[in-house]
Design a protein around this ligand. Structure first.
Ligand code: AMP
Length: 435
């Protein structure tokens, strides 16, 4: 058996030094599987969710191959959200700061910031560009950013790129880069609509799938909490209070609902942060800072705003609503139990969610059914009590039918009489069962 360690990849000494500094002792599965092929210059598709260490799977080999003597763009890293791009840029910074001898430079370009300043920043071209596709494409069009020298492009969270309509920008950026481009695509899912893009740029890519079970998700406890006939916000409040989490993210499907829930909890006197797409960039940045400095114990978020953000120490993910697209369940839950820690994903559900839950179970999620009773968690066993009860009723029905014989000669009103008799028997059976 090969010993998994970073020395095996023959990285430059400054990278190993940086890894020691950030406390990465051994590569994660996706890093182990992808780094060698990225080092060989192969195209790759990494199908994995956040939490598996996918960012460093591409960052480390990319940074390792930068030639600091050529002051030109050599790699472009694109991400769908400003937060994710910012975070990737920060991760790059933590590693390149050790390249003091021949410094490697990286710059961040995201929307919502001053474009003139971005152009100013580009008086010298950085080695690595990190950003959102729209802004990068913009700067390329302005001829401020020269990507034609770059030989590597990363498309992180490609499925979300597609969903947010950014693939076109990525395509435009990639088409201006060198012909023999190395392209690295990371995506939690590979939707059909993404395939034309992949085909256009990739011949025989190396495809690596790291299943959530093998990564961190195995350490997540998935809990279902029935709403019953309670007030949902009150239930959420109790759940949060009883969990007393290190940091919980409450997911809603819409911005409107995120506001409703956040306002509702604040009105109940709780200190709650919120992140959703309608917040102005400045506000979002502020909230992210507050979250990272643990000013909040609870954060309400929508999927798009929260995707890809590496908030450290999320101990609980609460699904106030199940997402319409169930892949998002996996993404949401990927927010917790990162890099080896365990976490809890609790979902408030109603009978209408039954199909979705069954589908999630088919996707490999194992749920535990719990409920709060007098502010304590109790395991409530089978979720399908309703179904189980129906089966019981069917059996009682059968029994009753077998006991009531249909008269040979049918007299008028016999049906009514028979039904009445059956009802009597059913009632008796139920009474007996209860005893
Ligand atoms: P990612 O999937 O890239 O979002 O990474 C999830 C988390 O795992 C991040 O907080 C990383 O800093 C951390 N991480 C990535 N690779 C390693 C590693 N080899 N050892 C320990 N932590 C890691």
């Amino acid at each position: 058996m090969t010993v998994r360690n970073f020395e095996n990849f023959k990285f430059q000494p400054f990278i190993l030094e940086a890894l020691r500094e950030i406390n990465f002792t051994k590569p994660t599965e996706i890093q182990e599987r992808l780094i060698p092929s990225i080092q060989r210059g192969e195209n790759a598709i990494g199908q994995s969710q956040t939490g598996t260490g996918k960012t460093h799977a591409y960052l480390l080999p990319i940074i390792d191959k930068i030639d600091p003597t050529r002051q030109e763009v050599q790699a472009v890293i694109t991400a769908p959200t400003r937060e994710l791009a910012t975070q990737i840029h920060q991760e790059v910074g933590k590693i390149i700061k050790f390249s003091e001898e021949s410094p490697i430079t990286a710059k961040l370009f995201v929307g919502g910031t001053d474009k003139a300043r971005a152009i100013e920043k580009l008086k010298t071209q950085p080695h690595i560009v990190v950003g959102t596709p729209g802004r990068i494409h913009d700067l390329v069009k302005e001829q401020a950013l020269q990507v034609y020298t770059a030989s590597k492009i990363v498309v992180d969270e490609a499925d979300l790129m597609l969903e947010m309509g950014f693939i076109e920008d990525v395509d435009q950026i990639a088409s201006r880069m060198i012909e023999d481009l190395q392209i690295l695509v990371f995506s939690a899912t590979i939707p059909e609509k993404l395939k034309p893009f992949l085909k256009k740029y990739m011949e025989n890519p190396r495809y690596t799938h790291v299943a959530p079970e093998q990564a961190t998700a195995a350490k997540v406890e998935h809990i279902l909490v029935p709403l019953r006939h309670r007030n949902k916000l009150n239930l959420l409040q109790s759940m949060l209070e009883v969990y007393n989490p290190y940091l919980a993210i409450v997911f809603t499907n819409t911005k409107k609902m995120a506001d409703e829930v956040a306002d509702g909890l604040i009105a109940k006197g709780m200190k709650v942060g919120r992140i959703h797409g309608d917040l102005p960039p400045r506000e979002r940045k502020k909230v992210m800072k507050q979250i990272n400095s643990l000013e909040f114990q609870y954060v309400v978020a929508t999927d798009l705003a929260a995707r890809g953000i590496d908030i450290e120490g999320v101990s609980h993910v609460i699904n106030y609503e199940l997402p319409n697209d169930l892949d998002f369940y996996i993404h949401r839950v990927g927010r917790t139990a990162r890099a080896g820690f365990s976490g809890i994903a609790a979902t408030i559900y109603e009978p209408a969610n039954e199909d979705a839950i069954v589908r999630l179970e088919k996707m490999g999620v194992t749920f535990v059914n719990m409920d709060l009773e007098k502010d304590e968690w109790v395991n409530i066993g089978e979720r399908n009590k309703r179904k189980a009860r129906k089966k019981q009723v069917d059996e009682v029905d059968k029994l009753a039918q077998s006991k009531v014989r249909k008269p040979k000669k049918v007299k008028p009103g016999y049906k009514k009489k028979m039904n009445k008799e059956m009802e009597e028997i059913k009632k008796r059976q139920k009474r007996l069962k209860r005893k």
